[in-house]
Write a protein that binds this ligand. Structure first.
Ligand code: ADP
Length: 662
């Protein structure tokens, strides 16, 4: 390369110095042809140009530092060549043949002959690519650190703070100036100082502390929950020189978790109140539970349910249930009235929530108390939720109080409202239930009274008829008397059944237990039937084996009678009834089978309830109490009763009693 340049020895020495220079150097003649370049220049260009042939720039592209393309003529090299302009420290960006970029500081000088004639250029470049990318990285990193929401703090191995970002200032309240050089322990609550020793000892061992959830203290002394990640910071040689610490304020997460927990607990409470409401029909009990649970859910100091009642002075409330305070605390004070404060809840079905009742405009306006009466529990926070029945009537209100202001929140309103609406349904139901039971009690009373009243004249009629039938009668009169006596017997049976039903309801059906052979009783009862019921034949599938039971003989007779009568009554188009008795070691079972109207599936179970008659039997007389009585009798003997039936084909009723074992 040196061959192309005409130089003397001294120049040679300089040239070889330039050859080895870490700075990129090249020279050109006055036309721009390269007259010299060194290795460092080749490194920057990425190609080896041909001396004296290639021009100073070759095929390259050149840019301003901000990335805008620079016209070749505007470059400092061109300006030195064409305008003899000197430039120093001018930053340019070079795009190399492989499309990679180099950032350069250019120093371009025009050169002159000893006669001061322009003869070319002398160009030096410093490659600053690596430095700028490091600086860019640094500035990006510090921008990230600064803009982070998290507190990013570094400290030395003694726990002295060495850097402090905006996030740290936001979370802890201290400025950078207030913390640099201070121990990190200013952020740690006293009782947790030990934590810092543990963290530092982990760091010294080169370990990271990840997502450590703890409490730190702010400049104002507020305790906040944070999640800490602390990592060791190493110097170039790998020696641990400190720690970087990222602290995330997790107040929201902690609150969200607490809210989830609270909600879960509230759900449990709601669930339990739902169960109470479903299971209990006792008004007082439901309301007490509702008051207790809502008081708990709202965190109230006390809660109460007031009934909306009317008294001689107009509308008034009656304290019904109370939670969190003794009854005396209220009862001595007189009940609240329809003042401006209570009216919205009790008259207009509105929820009222007040943070500080003593400051409310509606408070203290009413004589004679002008506010809470003396001795009233201290109340600032106040919440009142109406309990509204399905018909829209305000049954009452749930009232809550707390001596501190601002205790009740919107979520409490919602919870109490939903419980109040469930409670209202329960109250509606219980009212209905009370009405129904009251009606049903009246009916029972009537049946008991009526059957009793009917019994006396019937007995008298029967007596007179029997007396008459003993006298000499002509055939027609005798027949009429017989028929009348039959009807009287039926009436008597009916009245007796009615009386039994009312005894069942009153729990007064008595039993006289004895040992007897059920087979014999069955035969006896069956034998009486042909006299009364001539239409049907009763066949007994006799096994000629005794079937002993321990039962009330008369009641069991009543049962058999009932089943046989029904079998005949409900098979008007048939003429056969079959009866059997089976004995096995534990039970004795009697079956009565007919070929009559049968039963639809949906009626099979219901026919054993009081006054129930299957549809389609309206033209057959009956009250629907025989099977109810029958079942009651069998149940009371710890037996079983049931029916198998096909609609239109016939039925088989059976009952079994525990067999008597000798
Ligand atoms: P009653 O016969 O007075 O109506 P019961 O209590 O004896 O009252 O019977 C209740 C209902 O059961 C009857 O109304 C009838 O619908 C049905 N039932 C009872 N026995 C039979 C039977 N053997 N076949 C079909 N239906 C019957």
């Amino acid at each position: 390369m040196q061959d192309y340049i005409d130089i003397d020895n001294k120049n040679r020495q300089f040239q070889s110095l330039l050859e080895d220079s870490p700075l990129a150097v090249y020279t050109s003649d006055q036309h721009g042809h390269l007259t010299f370049f060194n290795q460092a220049a080749v490194q920057i260009w990425g190609v080896i140009p041909v001396l004296a042939e290639d021009l100073w720039l070759g095929p390259w592209k050149i840019y301003y530092p901000d990335g805008r393309p620079m016209g070749l003529k505007e470059s400092p090299m061109a300006r030195a060549l064409f305008h003899e302009e000197r430039s120093e420290n001018e930053e340019v960006m070079l795009q190399r043949p492989d499309n990679s970029f180099r950032r350069l500081l250019a120093f371009c000088l025009p050169t002159y002959t000893p006669d001061q004639e322009f003869c070319g250029t002398y160009n030096t470049f410093v490659d600053i690519t690596a430095k700028t990318s490091y600086e860019t990285k640094q500035s990006v990193l510090s921008a990230i650190v600064e803009s982070s929401d998290d507190a990013i703090i570094s400290k030395d191995l003694n726990g002295i703070i060495s850097s402090w970002n905006q996030g740290a200032q936001r979370i802890f309240g201290y400025t950078e100036a207030e913390t640099i050089g201070k121990p990190v322990s200013i952020l740690i609550p006293k009782q947790r100082l030990q934590e810092e020793d543990n963290i530092l000892s982990q760091i010294r061992q080169g370990n990271k502390v990840k997502h450590f959830e703890t409490i730190r203290v702010t400049k104002t002394g507020k305790l906040i929950p944070i999640s800490l990640t602390v990592s060791p910071v190493k110097d170039m040689s790998g020696k641990i020189i400190g720690a970087s610490k990222i602290a995330r304020d997790i107040t929201e997460q902690v609150e969200a978790q607490a809210a989830i927990k609270r909600n879960a607990q509230n759900l449990e409470l709601l669930n339990s109140i739902g169960k109470v409401i479903l299971q209990k029909l006792e008004v007082k009990e439901v309301l007490q539970q509702v008051t207790d649970i809502t008081t708990k859910i709202t965190g109230a100091a006390f809660g109460a349910f007031f009934y909306n009642t009317f008294n001689d002075n107009g509308e008034a409330f009656m304290l019904f249930t109370l939670s969190g305070a003794p009854r005396e605390a209220f009862e001595s004070l007189g009940m609240p009235r329809h003042t401006d404060l209570f009216k919205p809840t009790f008259s207009h079905r509105e929820v009222i929530r007040v943070d500080d009742i003593t400051k409310d405009s509606r408070y203290g306006k009413n004589a004679p108390m002008a506010g809470m009466p003396n001795g009233h529990l201290d109340v600032k926070s106040y919440l009142a939720v109406p309990v509204v029945s399905t018909s829209g009537e305000v049954i009452g209100g749930l009232l809550f109080g707390h001596p501190q202001a601002g205790r009740f929140k919107a979520e409490h309103e919602d919870l109490v409202e939903s419980i109040a609406s469930q409670a209202a349904i329960a109250l509606d139901n219980s009212k209905l239930f009370e009405e129904v039971t009251a009606m049903s009690d009246k009916k029972d009373e009537f049946i008991a009274l009526a059957s009793h009243e009917l019994k006396t004249p019937l007995t008298t009629i029967k007596g007179y008829l029997q007396l008459l039938s003993k006298k000499e009668q002509d055939r027609v009169n005798a027949l009429f008397l017989d028929k009348t006596l039959d009807q009287v017997a039926k009436l008597n049976a009916l009245v007796a059944d009615l009386l039994d039903v009312s005894k069942i309801e009153a729990g007064k059906l008595q039993f006289n237990l004895e040992h007897f052979d059920l087979r014999l009783i069955l035969k006896e009862v069956m034998e009486t039937f042909p006299y009364t019921y001539k239409s049907h034949k009763i066949i007994f599938h006799d096994q000629f084996e005794p079937a002993f039971v321990y039962a009330d003989k008369q009641r069991i007779e009543q049962v058999i009678n009932n089943l046989l009568t029904n079998a005949i009554k409900y098979s008007p188009n048939a003429d056969l009834v079959e009866v059997s008795v089976d004995r096995n070691p534990d039970t004795v079972t009697v079956r009565v089978k007919d070929y009559g109207v049968g039963l639809k599936e949906e009626h099979k179970r219901k026919i054993f309830t009081r006054f129930y008659r299957a549809e389609g039997v309206e033209n057959i007389s009956g009250l629907g109490i025989g099977l109810h009585l029958t079942k009651e009798i069998i149940d009371r003997h710890k037996g079983e009763i049931g029916v198998e039936s096909k609609f239109g084909k016939g039925s088989e009723f059976y009952f079994s009693l525990p067999a008597h074992k000798f």
